[in-house]
Design a protein around this ligand. Structure first.
Ligand code: AMP
Ligand code: GLY
Length: 424
């Protein structure tokens, strides 16, 4: 079968990588892809949803997989479905779970899913009144998409009020801050749980842990994610069961009853407080860099998972995962996440070590090619080195061995990915 992947990051590269290893897949297209995805398939330079759908029809594409949230929130799935095409991802209505934090929090409340106590408001007066009743720290969130930057953890009431003011005035995040959420701070540890959903049924993937801060020891500013690993020993069967029963099932049932059945990846940001899962947020796509690890943990053909989910047939799928661990280390450019960096040529050494070769791969993200075909680091997060192993430590060591084989000017990465799973 032929598959079209929408997106251009390491996440989309890793989905393409898994599909090219799948014997059911003939050809993979990427729209728009990056400077390395064209080694896996063909890059297509089309942005308009209708034109993309026409392309999918003309080429008789069997399945389209949407990577990032933007096209989902903007309704790409609805456009493809109107044309009778098979596409993996939620409708515009269901994608509001990520597109609007107010929608998400209200859905959690309505469906009885545990989450932090909150108010939604567009009034500074109301926000201030609520903040004054709260204990510190206090969390203030802009309603709309802010590329992961719309959440302020305020250490004092004054700081919380300032954050609310900045958002509501439009100064901080423009229209995305017209409405805000003010909520209680949850003190626990964070996990990412991904459920592949077909509207009714779901498959839970091995739980992952991301490292959002730039520097070792979780210091420095927030980023899109500097590395991740899965499965994390921070989740046991009891916690998976709680998340299934209290979170995934009521959410899928509620959305279906509300006329917007959820198909695609339900990315559940969980805070575990005293052994109980609370939902911080939903996203409607894979995490990046979590996807890069999950794709190599899949034992079943990747096309089966995505196609069965897209066609409402997960009940008839038996999706298997390897009994292994994967660790992904993000290699970023010099000025990430502050400003862009000068393009730098990427050199990857030949991997002569057979075990490393068979148990690692590079997911390319912020890369382009120059006119001579040289691979250049041009993005913030340039690539992800993923190692696979029988233990987290083995997978981690392989990931870092691979990092050592990659060279470009200004290359940087965290050295402590998976530390929470490795400390005794
Ligand atoms: P979100 O985009 O809502 O996941 O928020 C971004 C990050 O802020 C999360 O990954 C958490 O680390 C943190 N965060 C969000 N909400 C809370 C909360 N209620 N309590 C503690 N930390 C939070
Ligand atoms: N790695 C977190 C995210 O993709 O949002």
């Amino acid at each position: 079968m032929d598959i079209l992947i929408i997106g251009s990051g390491g996440r989309e590269y890793s989905i393409g990588y898994a599909l090219t290893k799948d014997e059911n897949v003939d050809k993979v297209y990427f729209a728009p892809g990056n400077g390395a995805t064209n080694e896996l398939g063909e890059n297509i330079d089309i942005k308009d949803f209708k034109e993309l759908a026409n392309f999918a029809k003309e080429r008789a594409i069997d399945l389209t997989i949407v990577g990032p949230e933007d096209p989902l929130v903007n309704g790409i799935v609805d456009v493809f479905k109107e044309e009778g095409l098979t596409i993996f991802g939620p409708s515009k209505a269901a994608a509001q779970l990520e597109g609007s934090k107010v929608f998400m929090k209200n859905a959690l409340k309505k469906y009885g899913v545990p989450t932090a106590k909150y108010i939604e408001t567009s009034s500074l007066e109301e926000a201030t009144e609520f903040i004054n009743t709260m204990s510190e720290p206090i969390v203030v969130k802009a309603d709309g998409l802010c590329a992961g930057k719309g959440v302020i953890i305020a250490q004092s009431k004054q700081e919380a009020i300032e954050a609310a003011k900045g958002m509501l005035s439009g100064e901080s995040f423009g229209d995305a801050g017209n409405q805000i959420i003010v909520e209680e701070y949850l003190d626990g540890y964070e996990l990412s749980i991904f459920a592949i959903c077909d509207g009714k049924d779901f498959v839970v993937l091995p739980a992952a842990q991301d490292h959002k801060r730039l520097l070792d020891g979780d210091e420095g500013p927030n980023t899109g994610g500097m590395g991740a690993y899965a499965p994390t020993p921070l989740v046991n069967d009891e916690l998976y069961k709680k998340v299934e029963d209290r979170v995934i099932k009521p959410t899928l049932k509620g959305l279906e009853e509300d006329g917007m059945p959820f198909t695609g990846v339900l990315f559940i940001g969980v805070m575990v407080v005293k052994g109980e899962p609370y939902i911080l947020e939903y996203n409607v796509r894979f995490g990046d860099p979590e996807c890069e690890e999950l794709m190599v943990l899949l034992e079943s053909p990747a096309s089966e998972l995505f196609l069965k989910a897209a066609t409402g047939d997960l009940a008839n799928a038996e999706i298997k995962f390897k009994d292994k661990y994967a660790v992904g280390v993000v290699v970023a450019s010099k000025n990430y996440p502050y400003t862009s960096s000068e393009p730098a040529e990427i050199i990857v050494d030949d991997i002569v070590h057979e075990v490393l070769k068979d148990n690692s791969y590079i997911a390319y993200a912020g890369v382009t090619r120059d006119e001579d075909g040289k691979l250049l680091a041009t993005g913030g997060r340039v690539l992800v080195c993923v190692g696979l192993g029988d233990s987290i430590k083995e997978a981690r060591d392989r990931a870092y061995m691979l990092v050592g084989q990659v060279h470009f000017l200004g290359k940087k990465c965290r050295m402590d990915i998976a530390y929470q799973a490795l400390k005794d």
